[in-house]
Design a protein around this ligand. Structure first.
Ligand code: NAD
Ligand code: MG
Length: 401
């Protein structure tokens, strides 16, 4: 700032590509972009299947290119896109497009391990990434953070807990003075239920999240607490911290997004209403803070924030997260792939809710662990774990244990 209070240089306008633009995070990201036209220019969009939404987004933002990862529907997409936009098809084209020189930042908002390849390609090209796709770190862990370091690319977290921690650690030297990182979690729609009360829950009940509106996969992960397990693993690699210094506490209001406890015992928290547009915006404008569209605290309505311990018996996924954060290597890839299949099977009606963590545990324990895999090994473990998870059948005896 100058003495008159004006900025001496105009802030950068970042040229961004949004991968997974048609999903919940993608839509929120475009909303932020529409509020910050001086700070963000959308140059690329990708989607998988929702061509109508992708075409509407293309008309509104007029990016340079649009990528459709399902190439079988190119003709339909071509007919619906506005003229003057390059239409790309398939994952290979996405990996090339994110490396183009005209891009400053790639928003990784694809769901599942399918997002790893494009995040990897962006980092390889030295692009900063705004990472919503937590599976990238769960699967790739130190390979991904190592690549970012080597290419001098910033890895900016979008997951609200990790954005909170990242915001809390901005002071120079703060990361070296951390005692413990504590992630908060809403507890999901089944908070307070015992394991036996969870036995017969329906797909509709599991999809009805109390505080966040999200895509179906992460919503089911929130109901099993597998989402918190994935986030523990994500934090383990993002902040390079051992699982013994990570913790989870349930906070049903989803306003406090995480805590940092420092070595002197001081605990600091980041709080804001549950609205993903804030962590998205923080990544897009980092290290600046600017007025944007996110919901504000209603101080006149605030009465109490509640915290409670997670029920590890009813939600065994949580312990799997601690375990995998400690194992490293291929464990994240096995856990994630098994979970993706388990969630898809639950949503298809072919697996009961409580079988999800059971299946994931069996596949994790059955996989051949490699402590220092390369990318090829991770892909192989992912493929094998998916095959095993498709075949997995729960027995009444196993479920009753
Ligand atoms: P979503 O299901 O709403 O959207 C997923 C996006 O990925 C869509 O654009 C879809 O077209 C695309 N996609 C799906 N499969 C694909 C494939 N095989 N190849 C390429 N693209 C594919 O999901 P979401 O809720 O927006 O979540 C996206 C990611 O962000 C997830 O990793 C999730 O864990 C993470 N995240 C989401 C939230 C949230 O509030 N929604 C919060 C934190 C983190
Ligand atoms: Mg989160």
């Amino acid at each position: 700032m100058t003495a008159s209070g004006h900025r001496s240089a105009s802030p950068p306008c970042r040229r961004i590509a949004i991968l997974g633009a048609t999903g919940t995070i993608g839509v929120n990201c475009l909303d932020v972009a529409s509020h910050l036209p001086d700070r963000v220019k959308v140059v690329g969009l990708s989607g998988h299947a929702n061509i109508d939404r992708l075409a509407a987004q293309a008309r509104q933002f007029m990016p340079e290119w649009v990528a459709l990862s399902d190439p079988s529907r190119m003709e339909e997409a071509r007919a619906k896109m506005p003229p003057g936009i390059r239409l790309l098809a398939g994952h290979d084209s996405l990996a090339k497009a994110v490396a183009e020189p005209g891009i400053d930042m790639v928003v990784c908002a694809i769901v599942g391990a399918a997002g790893l390849e494009s995040a990897w390609a962006a980092l390889e090209a030295g692009k900063d990434i705004a990472l919503a796709n937590k599976e990238t770190l769960v699967v790739g862990g130190p390979l991904v953070t190592g690549l970012a370091r080597r290419r001098n690319a910033r890895l900016l977290p979008v997951d609200s807990e990790h954005s909170a921690l990242f915001q809390l650690l901005q002071e120079p030297g703060a990361a070296e003075r951390v005692e413990r990182l504590v992630l908060t979690g809403s507890g999901g729609p089944f908070r307070g239920r015992t394991a036996s009360q969870l036995a017969g829950v329906t797909i509709e009940q599991a999809l009805d999240h109390p505080t966040w509106k999200m895509g179906p996969k992460i919503t089911i992960d929130s109901a099993t607490l597998m989402n918190k397990a994935l986030e523990l693993i994500e934090a383990r690699w993002l902040f390079d911290i051992g699982p013994g210094r990570l913790d989870v506490i349930i906070h049903p209001e989803s306003v406090v997004h995480s805590f940092v406890e420092f070595v002197d015992g001081s605990v600091v928290a980041q709080a804001s209403p549950p609205d993903m547009r804030l962590p998205i915006q923080y990544a897009l404008t980092y290290p600046d803070r600017v007025p944007g569209p996110s919901r504000r605290m209603r101080w006149d309505e605030l009465r109490a924030w509640h915290f409670e311990q997670p029920d590890r018996a009813a939600f065994p996924a949580l312990d799997l997260g601690f375990k995998v954060a400690g194992m490293g290597g291929t464990a994240g890839a096995a856990l994630n792939a098994a979970n993706e299949v388990a969630v898809a099977r639950f949503l298809a009606g072919s697996l009961p809710f409580m079988a999800i963590p059971r299946l994931v545990q069996d596949i994790l324990e059955g996989h051949e662990h490699d402590g220092a895999p390369d990318l090829g090994t991770l892909k192989r473990v992912d493929r094998l774990a998916r095959q095993e998870a498709e075949k997995w059948r729960h027995t009444t005896a196993a479920m009753a244990e």
